[in-house]
Write a protein that binds this ligand. Sequence first.
Ligand code: 0A1
Ligand code: ZN
Length: 849
Amino acid sequence: MKDAAPQTIYLRDYAPPAFLIDDVQLTFKLAPSATRVLSRIHFRPNPDAKDSVFFLHGENLTLIRTAINGNTITPEVTDEGLTCTVPDGPFVFEAEVEIDPAANTSLDGLYMSNGMYCTQCEAEGFRKITYYPDRPDVMATFKVRIESELPVLLSNGNPVAQDDGWAEWSDPWPKPAYLFALVAGDLVNHPDSFTTMSGRDVALNIWVRPGDEGKCAFGMEALKKSMKWDEEVYGREYDLDLFNIVAVDDFNMGAMENKGLNIFNAAAVLASPETATDANFERIEAIIAHEYFHNWTGNRITCRDWFQLCLKEGLTVFRDQQFTGDMRGHAVKRIDDAIALRAHQFREDAGPLAHPVRPESFVEINNFYTMTVYEKGAEIIGMLRRLVGAGDYKKALDLYFARHDGDAATIEDWLAVFTDATGRDLTQFARWYSQAGTPKVTVRDEYSNGTYRLHLSQSTPPTPGQPHKEPLVIPIAVGLLDEGGTEVVKTTLLELTEAAETFTFDDLSGKPIASIQRDFSAPVILDYPQSNKDLAFLLAHDTDPFNKWDAGRRLAQDVLLRMVRDDAAPDAAYLDGLATVLRDDSYDPAFRACVLLLPSEEDTATALVDAGQTPDPMAIYHAHEALKLLLAQQLQDSLPRLYADMTVTGAYSPDAVATGKRSLGNAILSLMSKLDGGKQASAQYTDADNMTQQLAALAALLKIGKGQPELAAFETQWQNDRLVMDKWFGLQVSCAAPRLAATTAANLTAHPAFDLKNPNRFRAVFGALKSNTAGFHDPSGAGYDLLADWLIKLDPINPQTTARVSTSFDTWKRYDPDRQAKMRGALQRIAATPHLSRDTTEMVTRILG
Ligand code: 0A1
Ligand code: ZN
């Protein structure tokens, strides 16, 4: 680890590359501690360049030999790269370097995981493999030769030839270095095939460690569904003879879209009924789709520079959300996405880490793979589609693919296709990309003489570096209901473009009840004080499923706030409304499960902060527990029947209907266990033939302070399955009583199966500690100290994951002086650690503000 003086990179400094590349040949002579990488690169000067300095990125490389046009040269080498004088015109650059994959615990570049070689090059990992212009606007075709005794040797593109000890690959599609991939290992495959819309056969494989073959079938089906969906919905066909997916145990993120060779965190692809939950299955389907969709939105059209990351990520997330909606139902998908956006992206946007969807500067680009870039980026695409309509959206996308195929493009290019395809001026809309912070839309209404007026105003709070905000274009979908529950104005899209605007609805026979921001039409916070009576009415009558759910959510949040603040009893309107929806079989179980789900404790903390108060995590915890108990008591008579109704018979299937039933059944089980001492949960645990039922039963038991025998049995049963053991680690911490959470986490770090080098295991323990809000914020500060200790230990091993998990501290300014001091102390202790990585330094500096 070197003490790099942190250098800030600015979007405004973008300059085209001085040299372009026609093709690259790479030879890898694999050896765990001394891999040789030979490169042969055809460069030519870029006619559009502003300078002619020849610079190649390179980090942690031992340079053996360099040559230009066959003549050995001695370049100038620094910690960051290599430079030398080059001839006029095109030339061939060759280098031989040595690298040490076995020592690479950062999981960035070429590294080893359980004896397998694996790469991760996004965003800037290729420079740890060889000297190269490691920037996304330099695209080239790659030919790769791998020499190793390992049986399976893979790279991008199509296979060319192979024999014992070597294999050659050729990728005909020009790509930036971040999409390069290599895998070598003792792997087995789950094969299949897909015939594309033009009749080409594509071989498909999921490669896994021996023993995991039985966990590939679902991922393979998801891949084929994704390929078909992209043809049908976006007209996009796959473009190689082969599509490989590899599962790897040690991986920093979910998965990576390398051309023709997607590399997946094992947790994001491997699934069997016995070992994966319904939520895991749904996530796997979405991630497989996401990575596959990148083949067009990311690979065929890539990003000019890393500031444009949302160009590929926002669009691809939007596409995977559409796909999941089509596969599993749009209403529940929209609710799930809004819950996640509000919980995580709004939090980011409201704190010290707020940044625009297209940032203006960064120190370490890996710190900008954020909820804002991904999820708010996707919301922007959704708003665009809503504003121009589905037909024009399709036209614009067709133009995007036709105009930019093969390009490294920008957000300006993206918006220009919409303007050109639809004639719409998007100058103001473009502010969504440059302005950080979550807009608040305030709604006030009045009614007189048949006319209903909606007064909408918008404001966005200051964020770091952006004290003043301009008005945005905000699509607000509105419907109006009369007192009898009839929809008198169907969903209408209002376009709020000014700081304040009034919208008028005429010819009404009485004051309507408004349903605002239907389908969560914009990623904004709505300030519309509706009475509990109106909210209960919307919960009962709204025709928009999102707002129907949201009305219940707002009621629940109001109940919780009043319980925390005044120890008040829950409002009858909420309890009655909830009971009615729960018992109504005309709503599908998945939707009813959403309605039963309470806001999280973190959500309640945010609601208190929004109301100008300092949250007390313990008081919030007690209010949530009290409300759950009250719900259990109130619904007591209906629970056993509802639970029985949700029984799924026959072989396990992770389809949407069965998943919805189990989701509602397990929410009910959790309530029942508060009254029956865990009797039903114990029975479910014993009978369970799938992980969803087994884990939900265990969670229900742990939540009421029971389940120790089951926990021990679970460990014995699953000790050899890493992914299931991650659940075992996480559940104990997330279900621990607040006072015990830090101790539980600390004890687990001493467990022989705790592995600091495995990001899944680290996140299982410390992600769960963060999710146990009252436990993490225990007044003793034990949670803060423990997390800081382990981040300091992890940083020299894996800076990316350390930086990511350090964001657990980003709400520190919300809390009371005592907690603030303890959190700040923990952050300062991390910041003061000698040789702290650039990743973590940037994060803790920004969080400290
Ligand atoms: N592009 C991938 C995510 C990803 C990003 C960075 C990584 O390493 C720093 C790894 C994966 C995606 O969007 O799925
Ligand atoms: Zn992505």
